[in-house]
Design a protein around this ligand. Structure first.
Ligand code: MN
Length: 128
């Protein structure tokens, strides 16, 4: 099932990796390089799913997730948190902020695609 994926990530190598993988899988990719841009682009584009880095400039991924989950227009978009710092409690904090899935870097591409597919029912009203 093809999706529009919003990637909120500030690390150029990670952006390139995610873009390559997602496009290869047939998805359309929108990029945001900080949390505020992520919130703005999510509201403007209503992507099918959001991949959210946690450590981001201007606004971090936790705050961006809270804002999107508090907004009736965006709260149903599944958010997968991608974190580089595997601190104890990090996953719990992101889940409390409202994210729907969580992967710590480095993760396997197959694992990411599997998680995306498992969430496809949550926001797929328009999908065939
Ligand atoms: Mn980052």
């Amino acid at each position: 099932m093809l999706k529009t994926v919003l990637v909120v990530e500030d690390e150029p190598l990670n952006i390139k990796l995610l873009k390559d993988v997602l496009r290869y899988a047939g998805h359309a990719v929108i990029e945001a390089v900080n949390g505020q841009e992520g919130v703005d682009l999510a509201i403007a584009n209503k992507p099918d799913i959001i991949l959210m880095d946690i450590q981001l400039p201007i606004m971090d991924g936790m705050e961006a997730t809270r804002i999107l989950k508090a907004n009736p227009d965006t709260r149903n978009i599944p958010i997968i948190a991608l974190t580089g710092y595997a601190m104890t409690g990090d996953e719990n904090r992101m889940r409390e902020a409202g994210c729907d899935g969580y992967l710590s870097k480095p993760f396997k591409v197959a694992e990411l695609l599997r998680m995306m597919n498992s969430m496809s029912g949550q926001n797929s009203a328009g999908d065939a």
